[in-house]
Design a protein around this ligand. Structure first.
Ligand code: DOR
Length: 422
């Protein structure tokens, strides 16, 4: 395959130039001007940007157990449509990924998909926060990292022990930070909006109090940690101050597209579609997250793609599950709310959505070096488009962004040298 005349943005190699990309046997075999190619698979990328395929370190594919919401296959299609060539799936499937059997079943089936699907293991059996999983065995069987995502781990002793083991295994351990003591109603921020709904909500302290505990433990144990879906301004401040003390690059933190794009005010219009854990908060929090992205405090953009059925989301707010899909809108939300607003460059967006997540998980991804896997996203940075249900490849359609106009559109996703999208 030859990609011709693309504006190649490859931060890992400091490339920002109009070039051709030659692909042979699933790998990039040449980068340059007027490359010789005799085949007939040519993408004319004039006016388009080609960058390393996106990498999501926080995805829920619901397979096994809730395949009415998403399967490995529909999840892979959604990811590819969003420009992703690698995703790291969370362990809150049914059963949870807490045994080698469950992990191996997922990895075997995932290998048949066009994009690269990695799978984390839970930290505790059943994600119940009590009994640790056999981390060493699960790592040997291919667990990408460890997380009880969806649920906080309250037992500090257990967290310390799991961090020590993750550090010894050289694996990332990721944390969902919401202390239930301050979550009176999940999915809505405690404050003006929750009060107007007659609900107490989820307080910001639920998040930042746990982040402080886990960052202290990370520095003490030497574990590489990922603080997931940061939502509150205080959390950004705490992460910033701990990163200053972190001489070994142990601390990483995610911003989601929904937390940098929306506030709690959207709940009045979108109801349960905007119910998510941790919740959307205030404009001051949104701005703090953008500041965190700009100064590197938040070094990853991760989707928390969380499919749920229309029936579940149509029910009463207090009963509806939290979460929204995100793979198909993440890149355009980054372009719309971070790049087009002048906060960051396209190059920086690619670092946050590809280079940094690939490095954190040690994946052979995130660069367009000659010899690297041909995992490439090609997009038009200037297309303005309305996101509709027809754009959704996920099995679930629970997005508060339906009907919104976004900037920047993925045109092709190439994974291991093959078309993954369209
Ligand atoms: O809102 C959420 N939904 N937050 C999470 O962390 C988990 C996710 C899910 O699995 O539905």
């Amino acid at each position: 395959m030859l990609i011709k005349n693309a504006h190649v943005i490859d931060p890992a190699n400091k490339t920002d130039d109009i070039l051709d990309i030659l692909i042979e046997d699933g790998r990039i075999s040449g980068l340059g001007r007027s490359l010789r190619y005799t085949g007939d698979e040519i993408i004319d990328a004039a006016g388009l940007v080609a960058a390393p395929g996106l990498v999501d370190v926080h995805t829920h594919f619901r397979d096994p157990g809730q395949t009415d919401k998403e399967t490995l296959h529909t999840g892979a299609l959604a990811a590819a449509a969003g420009g992703y060539t690698s995703v790291v799936c969370m362990a809150n499937t049914l059963p949870a990924v807490d045994t080698v059997n469950t992990l191996s079943d997922i990895l075997d089936r995932a290998a048949k998909e066009k994009i690269h699907i990695y799978q984390t293991s839970a930290v505790t059996m059943g994600r119940e926060g009590r009994e640790p999983v056999a981390m060493r065995e699960l790592a040997a069987a291919g667990a990408a990292g460890f997380t009880d995502d969806g649920t906080p781990i309250m037992d500090e002793k257990l967290v310390r022990r799991a961090m020590k083991e993750a550090a010894a295994l050289g694996k990332v351990i990721s944390f969902h930070e919401e202390d239930p003591a301050y979550v009176w109603q999940a999915g809505v921020n405690s404050g003006r909006v929750s009060e107007s709904m007659g609900l107490s909500g989820a307080d910001r302290k639920a998040e930042y109090s746990m982040i402080e505990r886990d960052l202290q433990l990370a520095l003490e144990t030497g574990a590489t940690v990922d603080i997931q879906h940061v939502s509150a301004a205080e959390s950004v401040d705490i992460i910033r101050s701990y990163k200053k003390k972190d001489k070994n690059g142990l601390i990483h933190a995610e911003a989601t597209p929904h937390h940098f794009s929306l506030t709690e005010d959207i709940l009045a219009e979108k109801g349960s579609l905007a119910k998510v854990n941790p919740p959307l908060r205030t404009e001051a929090d949104r701005q703090a997250i953008i500041e965190g992205i700009k100064d590197g405090t938040l070094d990853l953009i991760a989707t928390d793609h969380a499919p749920h059925t229309a029936e579940e989301k149509a029910g009463e707010f207090v009963k509806a599950p939290s979460g929204m899909i995100g793979l198909e809108t993440a890149f355009a939300l980054g372009m719309t709310n971070l790049v087009k607003t002048g906060h960051i460059s396209i190059k920086r967006l690619i670092e946050l959505m590809s280079v940094n997540p690939a490095r954190l998980y040690g994946l052979n991804a995130g660069s367009l070096s000659v010899g690297a896997p041909a995992d490439i996203v090609i997009f038009n940075p200037d297309t303005s488009w309305k996101f509709t249900e027809e754009d959704i490849h996920s099995r679930s359609k629970n997005s508060p962004f339906i009907g919104m106009t976004l900037q920047g559109k993925v045109r092709y996703t190439i994974s291991a040298g093959r078309y993954a999208f369209p």
